[in-house]
Design a protein. Structure first.
Length: 259
């Protein structure tokens, strides 16, 4: 059983998911501006556009801020809807759409798992590659109320997988690294990075993916990820294996002692 005091969760894909999907929302709002793209084509373009942005982030050593995050999404919208002569209005609609709590839903087990973990004395929080909209979303979803902290990359100044993302959070919480558990759905960016930073990690693998292919086959979500490579991957891309669960319910078995 893991001996931890603090449990932090990734947001998208771990606790919450866009509802309807990103591709559906992009398609519906895009049609208002003259787009005829199918959801499948949008999903393909979205993946490619996001990976270009992630490569740009890697070259910048994973630094970020609120301006960078807003520009990321402006560029993604422009690239997805490359045929449209003007995309600023569409970008603004999409930006505000995904700031709304009702654009998101929690996975079915989240409310029960978080409330039970909190009842057993664990301190809970969210730590995510996102921007300040995450606060609006989280505060509007009652299932997330047990989360004491919300750590956002645009406020921390660093994106996962940078070690500085995890180190800064450790400083802010004020506990030992070994007392923190991170739960995320991306094996490389969430789990391996947390382990390298000295935290514990649990991989939430809802689709039963293999670690070797996970980052390259993920379904479209608001933050697709790519493992760090080259000179800025401070250590090898793989870390020791961590516990894997297919539902957050399994965290209770790992963390909560039986009566």
């Amino acid at each position: 059983m893991l001996a931890v005091r603090v449990i932090l969760f990734d947001a998208v894909g771990t606790l919450i998911a866009p509802q309807p999907s990103v591709a559906e929302v992009y398609g519906r709002l895009g049609r208002r501006y003259g787009s005829c793209l199918s959801a499948d084509e949008i999903a393909l373009r979205f993946r490619a556009a996001f990976r270009r942005q992630q490569e740009y982030d890697r070259q910048r050593h994973w630094r970020t801020d609120e301006h960078r995050e807003r520009q990321r999404w402006r560029d993604i919208v422009r690239d997805v809807f490359a045929e449209l002569p003007h995309t600023e209005g569409l970008f603004n609609e999409l930006w505000h759409h995904f700031a709304r709590p009702d654009a998101w839903s929690c996975f079915p087990e989240v409310a029960n798992v978080l409330s039970r973990l909190a009842a057993h004395g664990f301190q809970l929080g969210i730590a995510s590659n996102f921007d300040q909209r995450l606060r609006l979303v989280a505060h509007g979803l009652p299932a997330l109320l047990p989360c004491r902290w919300i750590f956002i990359s645009s406020e921390l100044g660093w994106l996962k997988p940078a070690a500085a993302f995890f180190d800064r959070i450790t400083e802010l919480i004020g506990v030992e690294k070994s007392e923190i558990l991170y739960v995320g759905d991306d094996y490389d960016t969430d789990c391996c990075s947390a382990l390298r930073a000295g935290w514990h990690a649990v991989w939430i693998n809802r689709a039963s993916k293999h670690p070797a292919t996970e980052s390259h086959t993920a379904a479209p979500k608001l933050h697709l990820t790519i493992p760090p490579t080259g000179e800025h991957a401070s250590i090898p891309p793989r870390a020791p294996p961590c516990p894997t669960v297919t539902s957050l319910n399994e965290l209770l078995t790992l963390l909560v002692p039986r009566p």
